[in-house]
Design a protein around this ligand. Sequence first.
Ligand code: ADP
Ligand code: MG
Length: 246
Amino acid sequence: MNESSPVIDVRGLMKHHGQGQGRVRAVDDVDLEVPRGQMLAVMGPSGCGKSTLLHLLGGLERPSDGEVWLAGQRIDTLSERALARLRRRSVGFVFQAFHLVEELSAAENVELPVLLAGRSRREARRRAGLLLERVGLSERARHLPSQLSGGQRQRIAVARALANEPLVVLADEPTGNLDSAATLEVLRIFEELRSAGQTLVIVTHDERVAATADRLVSMRDGMFVDDTRLAGSHTRGLGGLIGLEG
Ligand code: ADP
Ligand code: MG
């Protein structure tokens, strides 16, 4: 991985779904560069291709055409195995519906990706402890997802996304299932990540979430129709985000 390349660099990105008459161009010739430390918000009407774009950026789907580069490495041509490994180690996903493992405690949900990345139980526990503290849920470590509120579940999902110190966090309508108070809880964490220099791409319908970003792109019919640098953009401190190293 190259330190100076953009975290995300996408060229001529195309994704078709379906065949023949029913064929949809979900992503239609998109170019995108996301520099290290940028928080990018993506907005647009339902069905315009936002989720497909995120899936392509994170290697969950492969493009029909074009290239996807992550920190200087081309990922759309990787083998399934290499791609799975890259997703596990370098990308943190946050979904609207949380997708926590219901049988595992909050802490175990955060430990899981650390273990899957081949690290020790001890290291997994250490990281989960730090991350739960960071999202303000140390006291809920042993709770099951069903025993937590929506806002708390999503904060656990964010902690899980950060567990392997990903190059980029990709969030797909992370506040879409949350009420206003819970949205603010999650928003506060995204603001913190942004100030700490975490590279983030957030698909959102929520103006408040978009307003915390450095940059806003608007999508229609698989294309970018607007790309705006937001007034709130500021230079941020460098250094360890979650303090997982050492
Ligand atoms: P958004 O997240 O903006 O709502 P999506 O990326 O989910 O949009 O979908 C973009 C377009 O691609 C829509 O027309 C949708 O119906 C279509 N689409 C998405 N995923 C699939 C799929 N797996 N198979 C067929 N069509 C799909
Ligand atoms: Mg979507």
